[in-house]
Write a protein that binds this ligand. Sequence first.
Ligand SMILES: Cc1cc2nc3c(=O)[nH]c(=O)nc-3n(C[C@H](O)[C@H](O)[C@H](O)COP(=O)(O)OP(=O)(O)OC[C@H]3O[C@@H](n4cnc5c(N)ncnc54)[C@H](O)[C@@H]3O)c2cc1C
Length: 379
Amino acid sequence: MAESVLVIGGGIIGLSCAWEAAKRGFRVTILEKDTFGGQASGAAAGMLAPFSENTESPDPFFRLCLDSFFLYPSWVHEVEEASGRRVELCRSGSLNVAFHEADLLPMHTRLAWQQTYGVPCEMLSELELRRLEPELSQQAIGALYCPGESHVFAPLLVDALMEVCSKVGVRLIPHAGQLTKLEAGASSGVSVTMTDAGSWHADRVVVCTGAWSGLLEKWFPLTLPVHPIRGQICSFDGTLGDIRHMVFSSQAYWVGKNDGSLVCGASEDVAGFDRSVTERGINRLTKWSGRVFPFLQGSPPQRSWAGLRPATRDGWPLIGCVPGITEVILASGHYRNGILLSPVTAAMVGDLLEGKAESYNNAFRVDRFSRTAERTGSG
Ligand SMILES: Cc1cc2nc3c(=O)[nH]c(=O)nc-3n(C[C@H](O)[C@H](O)[C@H](O)COP(=O)(O)OP(=O)(O)OC[C@H]3O[C@@H](n4cnc5c(N)ncnc54)[C@H](O)[C@@H]3O)c2cc1C
C-alpha cells in the first residue's frame, strides 16, 4: 500500500504540497485548523515578482523565487486544466517607480545583476514611463520595468487547488481545531491529535502552518523562530483609472485585478496574531494611493483586510526534514512570497517525501537557527 502523508495546515503551501504528494502516489490528508485559505493565502495580493521583491543581490532566496517563477506558467496551466477553474494569471509586467534622482542609482545597480537572469528588465525614462502608465503622478521620473512579472488572484488559486486536491483523492478536513499531540520518531510513523478532528496516524507528516509554525516548536528538537507579520491591504473597486502594470513605490504597491479593482498593499506591522485592520494602516495606503495615482486622491478604498505573513528571523523559508525525525517535513516561513514560492516548495517537499536528497537546499534547512544557537551559545 502507498505511504500515507498528513499535511497540517491548509493554506497555499499545504494545498500545493498535498497535491504534489498525491500526484506522486502518496495517500494524503490535510488537517486545517479553521478554513482552507482562510489566513495569509486568501489575503495575498498574488504578485509573482521575484525581481521586485529581491532588490539587494542574487542570493539563494532570489534564486528560489526565480525557480518558482519559471515553474509558474505550466503549474498554473495544470491547476486550471485539472480543476476546470481560472486563477487569473496575468502577465502585466511591473514598474518600480522612482520619484527622486536618488532612487535611480539603486535601480541601475539592481538592473545590472537582474538582467543576467534570463528575464528582460530595463530602465524607463520619464517619457517612456508616462506612455506605459498614463495615470501615474507627474512626479514620477523613471522606472525599472520588468515586463515578465505577473500576478494571480490568490483566493481563486486556493479554490482551484482545493478542487485539484479533491480530484486526486486528497482528504480535506477543515475545522480540525488545535493540535494537541504530535508524536514521531519511533520509526512507526507519526501520530497527530486535533481537538475537533480526533487522532490521525500516517507514515509522514508535512507541517505547513504558516505564521503559527513557531507555536509547534515544542514538538520538535528545533528552534523555530517563525512570527506573524501583519499585512494590511485594501482595494479600490471599479476604479475609473486604467492601471496596466503592477506598480511598486518605496511605500506601497498597486495591482489591477480582472474584476476592475485596484489592490493596494501592504503594511508590515507586528501585532501578534491580530488580523484586524487599523485606521492608521489603511490611511497610510490611501494617502500613498492618491500621491502615486492622482485620480485616487480623496477616494477611500471600498474594501480592506489583513493577513499574517509567516516570517522567519532571516526572512527565508524553512523547507526540509527535521533532523533525527525524518518522518516530519517542515514547509513554512514563506513570509512575503508564499504565493510565488508554492510550486517550488511543493516540488521540494515531493522530492523529500521520495527521499531524493539531491533536491535538498541547505540555505533553507530547518535547523539553521538551532545550529546558530548552539554555535553562539545563546537561546
Ligand atoms: C497582505 C498580504 C499580501 C501578500 N501578498 C503576496 C504576494 O503578492 N505574493 C506572494 O507571493 N505572497 C504574498 N503574501 C505572502 C503569502 O500570502 C504567504 O507567504 C503565504 O500565504 C503563506 O502560505 P501558508 O500556507 O504558509 O500560510 P497560511 O495561508 O497562513 O496557511 C497556514 C494555515 O495553517 C493553519 N494552521 C495553523 N496552525 C495550525 C494547526 N496547529 N493545525 C492545523 N492547521 C493550522 C491556518 O489556519 C492556516 O490556514 C502576502 C501576504 C499578506 C498578508
